[in-house]
Design a protein around this ligand. Structure first.
Ligand SMILES: NC(=O)c1ccc[n+]([C@@H]2O[C@H](COP(=O)([O-])OP(=O)(O)OC[C@H]3O[C@@H](n4cnc5c(N)ncnc54)[C@H](OP(=O)(O)O)[C@@H]3O)[C@@H](O)[C@H]2O)c1
Length: 270
């Protein structure tokens, strides 16, 4: 059987690069998407050499509304079909909502929501038709716990809402495609070592969080791969975050908010 192809967005660093390594290690070919082509080419060479994976490098800005279609077209032009999609690309939108330009919020939504939905819309029908497909969307623990200003100051006021939408959309699409061999999983990581907090200016604040809060990108990717293969709709990687999100589900809302306020002090280094 020909090797299957996984398309991974945001593959030039962090969680996306870790997913690319995980898929290649598991015997898949990979299509790597991000803006920094040099980083993608470096990773492609590594994966070809180490795992014999065939790679496609696709430089694209996913805040551009035309990007998802152009990406899918490039894969088709290379004579390949997308068997797995990892929607992962992302960045924060720091600053108070009221002080930001709408144009910036609109680009944020395009990157963090529309590109994810559009890529699913473009790839899921083919997967369903062929009776095999895997879709992973990267959400965040921030969608599953009460909202704290310490989180949204750097990632963006609408970040937890965006990540919540991904959870609901993934669960619903997963239910629609369950009988057609397409597994849809949403992964909700907590704080993870990557470039994310350097890009959004939160590195100094994140240095205040205890080590046991920090996840490794490769562990997030391994958890996501395992979950989608097993057909698990939602996976929260790491024991600490499993406990925290379970607690948030069962505690009365005021108590969960009070706990979050205490955590916020830790994040702020108080
Ligand atoms: N790190 C955390 O603590 C954490 C926690 C929960 C959820 N997440 C989520 O995990 C995902 C991956 O983040 P990460 O932690 O791995 O951060 P990262 O190391 O900064 O990686 C982000 C990736 O997204 C790509 N990207 C950013 N803007 C893009 C654009 N306009 N077009 C195309 N690609 C773009 C970046 O590549 P280029 O710059 O080369 O384009 C990079 O490959 C994000 O969706 C994030 O919200 C992260």
């Amino acid at each position: 059987m020909a090797r299957r192809l996984a398309l991974i967005t945001g593959a030039s660093s962090g969680i996306g690069a870790a997913f690319a390594r995980e898929y290649a290690r598991q015997g898949w070919d990979v299509a790597l998407v991000a803006r920094r082509e040099d980083k993608l080419k470096e990773l492609a060479s590594e994966l070809e050499e180490k795992h014999g994976a065939k790679t496609l490098v696709i430089a694209a800005d996913l805040a551009d509304p035309g990007a998802p279609q152009a990406i899918v077209d490039k894969v088709a032009k290379a004579g390949r079909q997308i068997d797995a999609l990892v929607n992962n690309a992302g960045a924060g939108q720091p600053g108070h909502f009221c002080d930001t330009e709408w144009a910036d919020q609109a680009r944020f939504l395009e990157l963090m929501v529309t590109s994810y939905l559009k890529l699913m819309h473009l790839t899921a029908p083919g997967m369903a038709q062929r009776g095999f497909g895997r879709i992973i969307n990267i959400s965040s623990v921030s969608a599953l716990v009460p909202t704290a200003k310490a989180h949204t100051r750097y990632s963006g006021t609408i970040y937890p809402g965006i990540k919540s939408l991904l959870i609901k959309a993934s669960e619903a699409l997963g239910a629609e495609l369950r009988d057609q061999g397409v597994h849809v999983t949403v992964v909700a990581p907590g704080y993870t070592w990557s470039e994310f907090h350097d890009v959004n200016g939160a590195r100094e604040t994140v240095n205040n969080v205890p080590d046991y809060w920090m996840l490794k990108a490769e562990d997030v990717a391994a958890a996501g791969y395992d979950a989608v293969e097993r057909g698990v709709p939602l996976r929260v990687p790491g024991a600490f975050y499993k406990f925290m999100t379970a607690l948030a589900r069962i505690l009365p809302d005021p108590l969960a908010r009070a706990l979050m306020a205490r955590q916020e002090k830790t994040i702020e280094g108080k």
